[in-house]
Structures are given as structure tokens and as C-alpha cells.
Design a protein around this ligand. Sequence first.
Ligand code: DC
Length: 229
Amino acid sequence: MSAKTSAIPVIAIDGPSASGKGTIAERVAGALGFHYLDSGALYRLIALAATQAGVALDDEGSLARLAEELEVRFSGGEIYLSGQIVTNEIRSEKCGIGASRVAALPAVRAALLERQRAFRIFPGLVAEGRDMGTVVFSDAKLKVFLTASAEVRAERRYKQLKEKGIDANIRTLLLELRERDERDSARSVAPLQKAADARELDGTGLGIEEIVRQVLDWYRQKAAGSRHL
Ligand code: DC
């Protein structure tokens, strides 16, 4: 990484499925005028592309090639895969479970590393996922580990799916969330875990605005601290 790139600030927000990372990261990026990376979308896109191409979700070599060649564009709030809008399609539970499976494969993670780091563009980046603070942007200026109880997360996912007109059952969602947490935390490469220097934020009883304000406060404190060095 060049000295110029390392000077571009990154806020890393990691946490389990449906902890609210996406909404929080987007709002924080908006408030600061920073770029935004939804790293989970990349794993979801690989799962979708693999299903479309008939590639098995445990064929590590083919999936890594797919990850390298993936033609993705994030533009105007939409996500394009090979020119097709797949914004809603990748949010299905099927894609989420597929993403969690392909994300456990080391070659797939390695293939996505540079693609993720390329989002680090002036004036700054808010990146959310599972390993933003531990692996991809280990030098992030601020690292936040956002949690919430499994029940609150299942309820949130249920509402999101309903709003999109996707049928869902809250008990099944809760079971799937727990399974996904287990797989994301137990894998050998880049497991979901709090970075040693991350601030933990339990959003269970908090509203979106409160969480956003807390993250912005922490970031401004950090930024002010480094100006005084
Ligand atoms: O955040 P999400 O639910 O869209 O992520 C989908 C899956 O992708 C999740 O189960 C784990 C995986 N993932 C990952 O392993 N590393 C990331 N940085 C982001 C997501």
C-alpha cells in the first residue's frame, strides 16, 4: 500500500448478520461524505454467480476464479452483476446462506482482498462486513464491532424481507441466523471476531440514529486525537 493510500481514513464496522451494519455504515458514510463498501454483497454475488453458472458451492478453485472475474458495479443504489441488476436478488436468505458457505473458503477470500481494498478512495471509506477491522483494513482509523441479540436481528431481517415482498418465517430466520453466526465465527480463515482494538457497540436497545451518532462521535474523537499528534 502506498503512503498516499494509507493516509485515506477507513472506518471498519464488523458484526454478525442483521446487526444493522449496512444501514449504520451507509448513514455514517453519508454524514462524512465517505465511500461505502458492503463486503457481504461481494460474497453474496459470488454465491449468485456460482448458482447461475452451475458451480458447486464447495468447488474452491472454480469459485476463486469466479471471484476474480466477477463483473460487478455498484451504482446509484443498485448492484449490477454482469450488467444485470441483482440488488434484491442477492438479499434472499438462499444467497445469504450461499455467501456464508463460499466465504469459508480461503481462496475465495484471497481473491476478493484487492477488490475490497480498491474501495479505499479519498476522502475516506466506511467498510462493513466480518473481517474489515481484522484483515482487510487492519490499519482502519476506527473499528466498531456492532452486535445485537439474535432475536432482535431475526426480527429486523423479517421486516426487511417483508418490505421487499419476500415471504419469511421468523422462527426459521432465527435458526438460520444462529447457524450462520456459528459458521461465520467457527471458520478457520478470517472468522467473525472483534478486533483487539475495536470498540464494541451493542445496538439491542438503541435506535439507528443513536448508533450512528455514537460511531460519528468516536470517529471525530479519533480524528481530533491524530491532529494533535
Ligand atoms: O453481511 P451479509 O449478511 O450480507 O454477509 C453475507 C455472508 O458473507 C455472511 O454470512 C458471511 C460472509 N461475509 C464474510 O465472510 N466476510 C465479510 N467481510 C462479509 C461477509
